[in-house]
Ligand binder design. Structure first.
Ligand SMILES: NC(=O)c1ccc[n+]([C@@H]2O[C@H](COP(=O)([O-])OP(=O)(O)OC[C@H]3O[C@@H](n4cnc5c(N)ncnc54)[C@H](O)[C@@H]3O)[C@@H](O)[C@H]2O)c1
Length: 251
């Protein structure tokens, strides 16, 4: 389905990103994994793709570094799909949020998406590629979940970035959508579940379907947004959250 396409996955050494890389490769895409960690720390993600894509590439690219993003994109002969997925979360109660915490979330989660998507879209326009930009948002982009103000605000920005880019890039045939995962039992939330008892207690009451989601479920939605079934879809936020964002009544 994606044979002949080249896909970048930022944050591709992480749990959601590596699942996206695997599933895109399974559908035939050539995968370029970007992450901030040294190659050795990305070995599992790279090897997880190699059976499907022996030419899998890895580059150490910090999405905050515009010059690095531009030159890594310029080095690619072809670019069809971008999964702008790198992200962080570091919980701090609102009254204790440091300037550094606030700025890190905006720089990585929001400006990182701007840097990667603008650079990619410029290349797609130049190459006349009717590409796909797929951002990783979150169900909390519109929900004030406790103690992660900088994160929720950064993801609210991601949602508007999606809509703005979708509108302006439609004339070039570039489609822009997002996946909005709920609470996944891996990656950022996986770490919070293990390390923050108050988070685990809140999660136990927050998911109508009862269980956290999996990286594979999110990656399958990314494949859908990269594929031919969604050729008429742009500016959408595809939520996979087990019902988390439905208003919770005590019952
Ligand atoms: N895990 C969840 O429950 C959940 C829920 C909703 C949304 N998300 C989103 O999914 C995305 C992936 O997160 P994850 O859960 O797989 O976490 P993860 O920590 O496993 O993966 C995130 C990856 O991003 C990389 N990264 C961090 N800063 C970077 C930078 N400046 N440049 C390049 N790479 C950088 C990290 O090294 C890591 O490999 C994030 O955008 C996150 O907000 C996750």
């Amino acid at each position: 389905m994606l044979t002949g396409k080249t896909a970048i996955i930022t944050g591709g050494a992480g749990d959601l990103g590596s699942a996206m890389a695997r599933q895109l490769a399974e559908k035939g895409a050539h995968v370029v994994i970007w992450d901030i960690v040294p190659r050795a720390e990305a070995a599992a993600a790279i090897e997880g793709v190699r059976a499907q894509d022996p030419q899998v590439e890895y580059a150490e690219v910090d999405v905050r570094d515009r010059a690095a993003v531009d030159s890594a994109i310029a080095a690619l002969p072809q670019l069809d799909i971008v999964c702008s997925n790198a992200g962080i979360v570091e919980a701090q109660p609102f009254l204790e949020i440091s300037g550094e915490n606030w700025q890190n979330h905006l720089d990585i989660n929001l400006t990182g998406c701007f840097n990667v998507c603008q650079a990619a879209a410029r290349k797609m326009v130049t190459d006349n590629t009717r590409g796909r930009l797929i951002l990783t948002s979150s169900w909390v982009a519109a929900i004030p979940w406790p103690e992660i103000t900088a994160y929720t605000v950064s993801k609210a920005g991601v949602n508007m970035l999606v809509k703005q880019m979708a509108r302006e890039l439609s004339q070039h045939g570039i489609l822009v959508n997002a996946v909005a995962p709920g609470i996944v039992k891996a990656g950022l939330a996986g770490r919070q579940l293990r390390e923050e008892p108050q988070y685990a207690a809140r999660v136990a009451k927050a998911i109508p379907l009862g269980e956290p989601g999996s990286p594979e479920e999110i990656a399958a939605a990314v494949v859908y947004l990269a594929g031919p079934q969604t050729a008429y879809m742009t500016g959408s936020i595809l939520t996979l959250d087990g019902g988390c964002s439905l208003f919770q009544f005590d019952s």
